[in-house]
Design a binder for this molecule. Structure first.
Ligand code: SAM
Length: 261
């Protein structure tokens, strides 16, 4: 088969560093009976070692040429290939509790991450290679520069850990940015339960509309200072100083008091 030319529009940066591939597979710890889904198998750098362990491996791949290659691999009979866009993929069509893995295309990583919350109850864990800067935002704690809407919305569903930093030279072609591998484990309830998730999500979005403004300013159209103070938020705080727990508490408080966002 002729050599595959990396396609920029599909975020194709192929992992070539064997020790990093090994570190990722070790972190995933796949067992033969596990339901494992790999997003974007590409030239099978991670797919190969995963397929050595598991009985069946689901892979989701958008690039037709790559799908054709996957079908010719020696372990192709182990693969359940879902050809198409992962942003449209309904993970509920794969039964059972899942482990999800991927060296993700960086151009779609944020919208993709936001989708996983809805599947959290059926996920064992997820391991993703992402832009380092995105991983830093995911795991950031309130008060730090990287903390924002992504941190709050993902920390609501998942406990996350930055496992490993990965330099550009680990890939071909080398990306312009550093990368990192993050582990995400569902932990809903750890920071409280939002009684109306959509209300909570809309509130957080509005709270971070303008980072440089105070929470009072960002929410002034819909939330009065008394409500902020009732849950222990200083109206003069910046949104990035407010913990995920307090956003959940504020959303629930507003619901109980008949306020919308
Ligand atoms: N896993 C391989 C590796 O580590 O070398 C490839 C990783 S590469 C960064 C991203 C992979 O995701 C590519 O194979 C690309 O074709 C695929 N991809 C890009 N956009 C996608 C999408 N929307 N849905 C499914 N796969 C996608």
């Amino acid at each position: 088969m002729k050599e595959h030319r990396a396609r920029k529009r599909f975020g194709q940066n192929f992992l070539q560093d064997k020790s990093i591939i090994q570190d990722i597979v070790r972190a995933v710890r796949p067992q033969p009976e596990d339901t494992v889904i790999e997003i974007g198998p590409g030239l099978a750098a991670i797919t190969g070692p995963l397929a050595m362990t598991v009985n069946k491996l689901h892979v989701i791949e958008i690039d037709r040429d790559i799908v054709a290659r996957l079908r010719t691999l020696p372990f192709a009979s182990k693969l359940l290939i879902h050809e198409g866009d992962v942003l449209q993929f309904d993970f509920n069509t794969v039964p059972g509790k899942k482990k999800i893995v991927g060296n993700l295309p960086y151009n779609i990583s944020t919208p993709l991450l936001f989708r996983f919350g809805q599947y959290a109850d059926d996920i064992i864990d997820m391991h993703f290679m992402l832009q380092k800067e995105v991983v830093e935002r995911m795991v950031a704690v309130a008060g730090s520069n990287d903390y924002g809407r992504l941190s709050v919305m993902l920390q609501y569903f998942f406990e996350m850990e930055n496992l490993l930093n990965v330099p550009p030279r680990a890939f071909i072609p080398a990306p312009k940015v550093d990368s990192a591998v993050v582990r995400m484990i569902p932990q809903r309830g750890r920071i409280g339960i939002a009684e109306d998730f959509n209300h909570f999500a809309a509130l957080v979005k509005q709270a971070f509309q303008q980072r440089r403004k105070t929470i009072h300013n960002n929410l002034k159209e819909s939330v009065d200072d008394a409500a902020l103070m009732a849950v222990g938020i200083d109206p003069g705080s910046r949104p990035e100083r407010i913990t995920p727990e307090l956003y959940v508490a504020l959303s629930n408080h507003l619901l109980h008091n008949g306020a919308s966002v």
